[in-house]
Design a protein around this ligand. Sequence first.
Ligand SMILES: [Zn+2]
Length: 158
Amino acid sequence: MTIAISQDQIQIIVDRAENIYPEECCGILLGTISGSLKTVVEVIPTANVWVKSELGDDLADPTEISRTKTSRYTIDPQDIFQATKRGRYLELEIVGFFHSHPDNPAVPSICDRDLAWHVYSYPIVSVMQGKVNDFKSWVLDDLGIFQQEEEISFLKLP
Ligand SMILES: [Zn+2]
């Protein structure tokens, strides 16, 4: 899979990640899918509405309960609904969800994998001491294992 995203679009994610640091930022990518190419058209930063209590008591990993927005994110379903509506209006679809990893590498966590769906791309930016230093995009393979997106194609703006 290839994701095509412009430097300006990446900059929106970078700015957001650095502004929200040390919490995780998150957001929605609208675009088009053609064969194995996803093209990002719009980057929609959203609030991180993570709350611990969402997890309930049946946690596989008891350390989960101590997690905060510095290491977890949740996108409000209402934001996803609004993005879907906007996408329908613009003839675009949701192609992925981005988030940041404050003081951690741009590699998906176990939690990221558990919450991921096959069709989407999951760009992650690593923010070390407030500065973004890495950007990688991930997709699930047929076995449900995250693979780094084969290629990030940086679109040149007209
Ligand atoms: Zn993550």
